[in-house]
Design a protein around this ligand. Structure first.
Ligand code: LLP
Length: 415
């Protein structure tokens, strides 16, 4: 169901990418509803008959058609901005299953979230408690909150996507968390219901997850002693996928091992997966524009997608497999696969064995998460289109931007 060569041409979820090239212009993202459904089902089947909620982490891929798949499955959503909240609403999501994470929620975003009747704010500091309390009080409502604790666990992932270390900006330190919890009864418009943490992303080993769960469980027990009884623990997201033959924990094993830690506590468990639901369900399809050799022996394949479309390789040194749509029968040389953007950092992969000629299609794999959402208009390039394969049909779920989309309202301000 994923990527395989059929009659020497690459198929993704049984769609022939070369044939699709006759009707769809590159570059574009292509997602598979089948793979997304399979990934969700791996979570859901393990969670049957448990008091749990999956809040899909919207930041991973926030296209409305993708969100609506989760809304139809009655999933909740983990959001980090007013914009993401509005996307959830437009996609038909149930706001009573929304948790609002993030270190810098503005007053306007807090107000919008309260009015939208979200389930809970994941609060990151004492001063945020103050602000949510006063906004809730002015609206005459009680706001549900949980406190995000920093479990100080090294998830051994890329430094830019690690969040559970004491030097990171996220969460309340373990030393301060009990005293912060104790202050909550002073706030008349806050209703404390949980504790929350998230240690990082693209974590392939289960141990950092269970280690932090155990730390959080002991905090929950400390809180019980001082008569603060929580109803839920939000365990964040972070489960990794296989980009370069890594062996991440299976979704089911991950969930089961965390349920095991909290067994017998009566706490509702909230999971916030992003990448592990959409990451391997997307590819970036691009076309070779040019080929070039440098005198020092470096070979380049220059494709029509750029770092503005997929920034993970330059930003995190992330590895994505790259395949030629035409089956590589005899790879002849190593190539750097690069884009047209005027930056040396504009690369998708270095020293890859790949055979592709000018005009051939190339696929950058596992780009369903943190791909399109991190794209930009750098070099005045339009954001590219997104397509979804559902029941063997390919439909556009976002058109390619036009030049006037890029300009926005700039012309209004010309002298
Ligand atoms: N919950 C919270 C509070 C988060 O900050 C994140 C991701 C998630 C859940 C979802 O994590 P996931 O299951 O997707 O690992 N742009 C980076 C990843 C940044 C992750 C940010 N937070 C990348 O491309 O690798």
């Amino acid at each position: 169901m994923t990527l395989k060569y059929v009659n020497e041409t690459l198929n993704f979820d049984n769609i022939d990418i070369k044939e699709l090239g006759q009707t769809i212009q590159t570059p574009y993202y292509l997602y598979s509803e089948n793979i997304i459904a399979r990934n969700i089902d791996e979570y859901i089947s393990e969670l049957k008959n448990t008091d749990t909620l999956i809040c899909y982490s919207v930041k991973a891929n926030s296209n409305l058609s993708i969100l609506s798949l989760f809304a139809k499955k009655n999933l909740g959503f983990d959001i980090v901005s007013g914009g993401e909240l509005q996307r959830v609403v437009r996609a038909g999501g149930d706001t009573s299953k929304v948790v609002f994470s993030g270190v810098g929620k503005t007053n306007e975003e807090i107000e919008l979230a309260i009015k939208s009747k979200i389930y809970c704010f994941n609060v990151e500091s004492q001063s945020e408690l103050h602000r949510i309390d006063s906004i809730a009080s002015s609206l005459n409502v009680q706001a549900n909150i949980s406190l995000r604790v920093n479990p100080e666990i090294d998830a051994k992932t890329h430094p830019y996507i690690t969040t559970g270390l004491s030097e990171n900006k996220f969460g309340i330190s373990q030393d301060d968390v009990l005293s912060t919890f104790k202050t909550i009864s002073d706030y008349k418009s806050l209703n404390i219901c949980g504790i929350d943490y998230h240690i990082g992303s693209q974590i392939t080993d289960i141990k950092p997850f269970t280690d932090s769960a155990k730390k959080v469980l002991s905090l929950v027990n400390e809180l019980k002693k001082i008569k603060i009884n929580l109803t839920h623990v939000d365990l964040g997201g972070g489960l990794g996928i296989s980009y370069n033959n890594e062996s991440p924990a299976k979704r089911g094993d991950y969930v089961r091992s965390l349920i095991e830690v909290f067994k017998g506590t009566n706490l509702k468990l909230i999971f916030e997966p992003g990448r592990s639901i959409v990451g391997d369900a997307g590819i970036l399809v691009t076309k070779v524009i040019e080929k070039k050799n440098n005198p020092n022996g470096k070979n380049f394949i220059i494709v029509d997608a750029g770092m503005n479309d997929l920034i993970r390789p330059p930003l995190y040194g992330a590895y994505h497999k790259i395949s030629s749509v035409k089956e590589n029968t005899a790879p002849v040389a190593l190539f750097d696969v690069v884009g047209p953007v005027c930056e040396t950092a504009d690369f998708f992969g270095k020293d890859r064995y790949i055979t592709a000629d000018i005009g051939d299609l190339v696929v950058i794999q596992d780009t369903g998460a943190y791909g399109f959402v991190l794209s930009s208009n750098y070099n005045s390039r339009p954001r590219i289109a997104e397509y979804l394969i559902s029941n063997s049909n390919v439909t556009c779920i976002r058109g390619k931007e036009t030049f006037s989309d890029i300009l926005g309202d700039e012309e209004r301000y010309l002298e």
